[in-house]
Design a protein around this ligand. Structure first.
Ligand code: NAP
Length: 262
């Protein structure tokens, strides 16, 4: 029996990881801020799949939240075999629309928490000579797309660099770069999604299946859908300025409440 720790497990992509890993028989450590929701999820996964699911309430935008999760990852008596750094969010608005406190919070959750949790997990994994880390980035990592894209570019660079450094240790690291997935993400950020074409939406369960296959194949970067593989290949041919125009519009249309504020 192995154990996986998933941050942001209660919704969207994290919940899809939890469903799939529980169905595969892994025990889970579920991390998010909403304790009630975490407990309901743990009970449901335990009842359905017979696995043990621990609840760890933590806000990864806070030092004590990061430290609590890092301590769980460092617990040598209850080892974690797979870490999925998935918790994340979008800020509504473009550069200068977003308050600095929200920008810094994004860097804390997307970069600092990912750095510190990966460090805690891989130290323990290297001692055992096995383990895996999936850091959820985004295809936005490859596009000029505000602080969100910049933070996800950091996730990709960091993960691939660490994967290279740990090659031969038995520990695998992989950056996962999804395209648009229907989750709570856009609604939470107050982003309108009507300008995103239907073909661009990915299914969270298929995304997770593809990510786990890529990890088992030892990939350090996973772009889990042929549509996005082609699209990301094509971006290399499009001038950077034009790319910036297209990418900053897609999925960043403001919700009605935000339009009213502007
Ligand atoms: N959806 C997309 O189109 C898309 C595309 C590419 C990449 N991604 C990336 O995929 C990841 C998951 O996104 P999603 O679409 O599944 O989002 P989601 O449906 O909004 O779920 C976000 C999860 O993260 C948790 N979370 C948010 N802030 C947190 C914090 N400060 N501390 C701890 N947990 C926190 C939430 O639970 P609580 O609120 O209870 O904490 C929730 O479980 C993110 O990193 C996102 O950037 C998403």
């Amino acid at each position: 029996m192995t154990t996986a720790l998933i941050t942001g497990s209660t919704a969207g992509i994290g919940a899809a990881f939890a469903r799939r890993l529980a169905a595969d028989g892994h025990d889970l450590v579920l991390v998010a801020r909403d304790t009630k929701r975490l407990r309901e999820q743990a009970t449901e996964l335990h009842d359905r799949h017979g696995i043990e699911a621990e609840v760890l309430t933590a806000d990864l935008a806070q030092d004590d939240g990061i430290e609590a999760v890092a301590a769980r990852l460092a617990d040598r008596k209850n080892p974690v075999d797979l870490l999925v750094n998935n918790a994340g969010f979008g800020n509504k608005g473009r550069y200068l629309d977003v308050p600095m406190a929200d920008e810094l919070k994004m860097l804390k959750v997307h970069c600092e928490a990912v750095l510190r949790l990966t460090y805690a997990a891989t130290q323990a994994m290297c001692e055992r000579g096995r383990g895996g880390v999936i850091n959820v980035a985004s295809v936005a990592a490859f596009l000029p797309r505000g602080t969100y894209g910049a933070s996800k570019a950091w996730v990709v660079q960091f993960t691939q660099g660490a994967a290279k450094d740990l090659a031969g240790s038995g520990v695998r690291l992989m950056a996962l770069c999804p395209g648009f997935v229907r989750t709570e993400f856009h609604q939470r950020a107050g982003m309108g999604t009507d300008n995103i074409p239907g073909w661009m939406w990915l299914d969270a369960d298929k995304l997770v299946a593809s990510a786990l296959t890529d990890l088992s194949r030892g990939k350090s970067l996973s772009i889990p859908d042929p549509r996005y593989k082609v699209l990301m290949g094509a971006t290399k041919l499009v001038p950077r300025g034009m790319l910036g125009g297209i990418s900053s519009r897609a999925g960043r249309k403001y919700g009605p409440e935000h339009r009213a504020q502007r």
